[in-house]
Design a protein around this ligand. Structure first.
Ligand SMILES: [Fe+2]
Length: 295
């Protein structure tokens, strides 16, 4: 396995922003040694029934960054989300910073470029992003050394981003009582997800883990932070030493019962473009497609 530059002595400030419409948690992560920060997994608001987008959630993040005098170095997408639209370009436009995602975005673009029949003007080389991360890539947020771990399974492009003693796992894990995310989207793989989860759980026990989603199982309040130790001990899908075979069987059976996420169609079209809407047509308007029986 790659030798990752773990450093638990760096303790970033992590500010969470919960979006109740999609149960997504976005983060502003601040370097403790400077005013630099990163934004992880931002959300664009959409009223899909009305075809209307807005930026209330993103504006809240922008206001937080500005009010605290922070400088935005990075906008990180842990993966191409299928349940919410990214607001990364909107925030980048207002605050600067570089936009990064996993190298395998190209695989996701190839798959969904076909599903949405995007034609040749849709680039499938990841060029909508400033940086495509490979496993073990190191980058700086101010003076804080961060690194990316390739954790595929939920999607081929999923990365876990580790910033000091805080790891942003995307949809590789949920809170211990939430288990794990589905692995049945095109390019997903339950066995790969198990291996990726083990990779995350091989980080030090005290590593703080931050979720991308929480649904408050069994009526509990929304939570987003846990540790490697707690996931190893208590995660209902992989904790207590569950085997890969047990996990794959359970995950595959569970996924077969799940409905498509409500926003998967607009989310994929926007997120595979790095959060940009599809280009305007000759009338100057932008449209989202619905592929009939295409997913
Ligand atoms: Fe996801």
């Amino acid at each position: 396995m790659t030798d990752y530059p773990v450093n638990l002595d760096i303790k970033p400030d992590v500010k969470a922003f919960f979006d109740p419409a999609t149960n997504t948690i976005s983060y502003v992560v601040k370097d403790p040694a400077s005013d630099a920060c990163a934004v992880v997994d931002s959300v664009m608001d959409i009223d899909y029934a009305a075809g209307r987008i807005s930026y209330t959630h993103a504006d809240e993040i922008i206001a937080y960054v500005k009010d605290n005098g922070l400088k935005l170095d990075w906008l990180i997408e842990t993966h191409v989300h299928a349940d919410h639209l990214s607001a990364a370009p909107y925030i980048q436009d207002k605050l600067g910073g570089k936009l990064g995602i996993g190298r395998n975005i190209t695989v996701v673009q190839e798959t969904f470029g076909k599903v949405f029949n995007e034609g040749t003007e849709f680039q499938r080389d990841g060029s909508q992003f400033d940086k495509l991360f490979d496993d073990g890539d190191v980058y700086m947020v101010g003076e804080m050394k961060c690194f990316a771990m390739h954790t595929p399974g939920h999607t081929p492009a999923c990365m876990t981003h580790v910033m000091g003693n805080a790891a942003f796992v995307g949809d590789t894990l949920f809170m211990p009582d939430g288990g794990s995310a589905r692995a049945d989207f095109p390019g997903g793989d339950a066995g790969e997800l198990y291996d990726s989860i083990q990779k995350v759980l091989s980080l030090p026990d005290e590593m703080r883990l931050f979720m991308c989603h929480d649904y408050g199982p069994n009526g509990r309040d929304i939570q987003w932070e846990t540790t490697v130790a707690d996931e190893k001990a208590y995660n209902i899908h992989v904790g207590g030493g569950k085997t890969k075979e047990e996990f794959v069987k359970f995950r595959t059976e569970r996924d077969a019962q799940l409905d498509m996420p409500k926003l998967i169609i607009p989310s994929l079209q926007v997120n595979m473009r790095g959060g940009e809407l599809p280009p305007a047509d000759e009338s100057g308007k932008r449209y989202l497609k619905v592929p009939v029986n295409g997913l």
